[in-house]
Design a protein around this ligand. Sequence first.
Ligand code: HSE
Length: 312
Amino acid sequence: MNYIKAFAPATVANVACGFDIFGFAIEEPGDVVEVRRRDEPGIIITDITGDEGRLPRAAEKNAVTVVMLHLLKHLGLSDFGCEVVLHKNMPLGSGMGSSAASAVAGVVAMNELLDCPLSRQELLRFAMEGERIASGSAHADNVGPSLLGGFVVIRSYNPLDIFSIPVPADLFCTLVHPDIEINTKDARYILRNEVSLKNTIAQMGNVAGLVAGLMKSDYDLISRSMVDVIIEPVRSILIPEFNVVKQAAIENGALGCSISGSGPSMFALSRGEETARRVGEVMQRTFRDAGIEASKHISGINQGGPVILERS
Ligand code: HSE
C-alpha cells in the first residue's frame, strides 16, 4: 500500500455524569487524514486544511503525527517515511473531540498503510498520546469512541479497561456549537480536585443509571440519569446562555442536555430524530437570540467509527 485516506468521527465526551469515562461517536463531522509513503525517512506534514493556519506543522508537535511517531517507534519502524495531509472539518477548542478525531484518523491511516499490524483496540493507547499533546491529559473518552465507534465506557485508566455498551436504536444526538472557543487545558484547570461525599453518591447513582438506561432502552431512566452535579456547575459558567439553552432543549422534548466534552458545544439526547431536530432548532435559536452564532449537527450514535475512504 502506498496511500491511505481515513476518516474519524467527532465525539461527545463525558455525556453529563461520566467525566473522563463516557463518550460516544456521531456520524458527522469528522476529520480526514491522508498518508502517502515517501522514500526519505521521517514524517512530514505537507498540508493542513480548515485550521486557519493555527495547528503546528512540525511532526513532533502535531497530535496527528505524534500518534504516528509513537506507533512507528513501537513497531521498530522509526525510519519509515511518509507525507501527511490533515483536513480539519470541525473547529478547534469546540468540545466535539476535534484533536481526537485527527489523532484517530492519523493512527488508523498509518496502521492501514502498514497492512494493519495492530487491532483497533490496540491503537487506542497511541491515539491517547495525541490527547496528551493537544490538551495535556491523555483522556480516552474522545479517542475511545472515535476509534471504536458506539458508546464507550472507560472503567479504568490504569490498567486501561475500556468497553462499548449497546444503546437504543432510536437514540439521537443534537450537538450545537456556539461560536466561541474553550481550551480543554483551561477547562480542566478550573475543576476542583476534591469532591464531596454527597456529590460522589449522586454522581455514582447517575452513572449507574445511565449505563442501565442505555442497555435496557429505558428512556425515562436515561433522562433521570443525565445529571452532572460535579463538573457542569463549574464549567457551565464558561458558556454564555448555558442554562437558558439547556432549559429550552428539555422543554422541547430532549431527554437531557449538558456540555459536550469540555465545551463550549452543548449536546442533547432525544428519542427519535424528529425530536432531536426540533431540539437543535431551539438550541441554535436561543444562542442566536443572545447574539451568539451557533451551528448544529443531528446524528444517531455512530457504531462504525473510522472509515478508510481511499487506498492505493
Ligand atoms: N473528559 C474530557 C474533559 C473531554 O472533559 O476534559 C475533553 O473533550
